[in-house]
Design a protein around this ligand. Structure first.
Ligand code: ZN
Length: 326
């Protein structure tokens, strides 16, 4: 089974340095991220060996969170460019195994649109991955719409990925808990995911998909809780807020979803029930999740063989135009 994985991360040296210079503390050496730093830095032999061991044919690689979204505009523009050129050089050495999503200087939206076009046309990138809010502003803000306009015009998707909550959200929702519970609940145990689900609902409520009806957005982690809430959110947004189309119309026209880091069958069944197999794609979330775990999850999933082919590689090949032998 050919496996293509779409939410697979690395860290660009220029982004790490810029975040450190901006005062962001380094993760403590014993932390989850620090222990994975070697894998995040590796775009060569070590990564390919891990892909071989876990049966992954192709990784579409992107900058992990936090990225250039949290840099001030004047800095984000050159740093994103450096990061994308660095990634392009390494991906080009393994064109049959690695592809790329651009990192964008979202705080400077016109420059971000230009950088998206540059990376797609010059480097063959497959779209961009945006790590959530932009210094506390969500992408439904019209200032960011040039990015969506360009993605639609280029016919490439935007992967909307989680990031840390804005400081006010962190304080109100997660302070006061013992030990590290606040940190982890604000992050990959809950907060990142519901924040990203909310971000998707904001894009719909804010009219982004009505303005750009061909735009394709990828959402990880089995849909960031949206499939489970879809009927209730849709009904109440329509009845009480005047949303003109049901949410599932947007979902099956403008969104794709991946399995990244969520290797559990009940949420997969929910996602397939409400969205359908044509818009669900395999992903691991390497190196934060393990390739072997992802492979075992998809090869053992209680789904038809034709659906397994769609999830494992077929839908990604169609959306990202990944030929079998690039
Ligand atoms: Zn991820």
């Amino acid at each position: 089974m050919r496996l293509i994985a779409l939410e697979e991360h690395y860290h660009a040296p220029s982004v790490s340095q810029a975040l450190a210079n901006a005062g962001r503390p380094k993760p403590p050496p014993e932390s989850f991220v620090a222990r994975l730093q070697g894998k995040l830095d590796d775009l060569g032999a070590g990564r390919l060996a891990d892909m071989d061991a876990g049966g992954i044919a192709v990784q579409v690689v992107s900058q992990g969170s936090p990225g250039t979204e949290q840099l001030e505009p004047g800095l984000a523009v050159p740093i994103a460019r450096q990061a994308n050129d660095y990634l392009a050089e390494r991906v080009a050495k393994h064109p049959d195994r690695l592809a790329a999503f651009a990192t964008l200087p979202t705080a400077a939206p016109e420059h971000a649109a230009e950088e998206l076009e540059r990376t797609v046309t010059e480097h063959g990138f497959r779209g961009a991955l945006i790590n959530g809010h932009v210094r506390g502003r969500f992408l439904d803000d019209r200032a960011f719409w040039p990015i969506f306009a360009r993605a639609e015009a280029l016919d490439v998707p935007i992967y909307l990925h989680p990031t840390e909550p804005p400081p006010a959200v962190r304080t109100a929702y997660y302070d006061g808990l013992p030990d590290r519970f606040g940190d982890i609940l604000a992050g990959n145990a809950w907060g990142w995911h519901v924040d990203t689900g909310l971000h998707v609902l904001r894009l719909i409520a804010g009219g982004v998909l009505d303005e750009y009806p061909e735009l394709q957005i990828i959402v990880g982690h089995m849909g960031e809780a949206l499939p489970y809430f879809l009927a209730r959110s849709s009904r109440n947004l329509q009845r009480q807020a005047g949303l003109t189309r049901p949410l599932d119309h947007y979902m099956i026209e403008n969104f794709h979803f991946t399995t990244s880091g969520m290797f559990s069958y009940p949420p997969l069944r929910c996602l397939l029930d409400v969205i359908g197999a044509d818009r669900v794609m395999f992903s691991v979330d390497y190196p934060f999740a393990q390739n072997e775990e992802g492979r075992d999850f998809i090869t053992g999933a209680p789904i038809s063989e034709s659906d397994r082919e769609k999830l494992a590689h077929g839908n990604a090949e169609r959306l990202l135009r990944l030929d079998r032998s690039p």
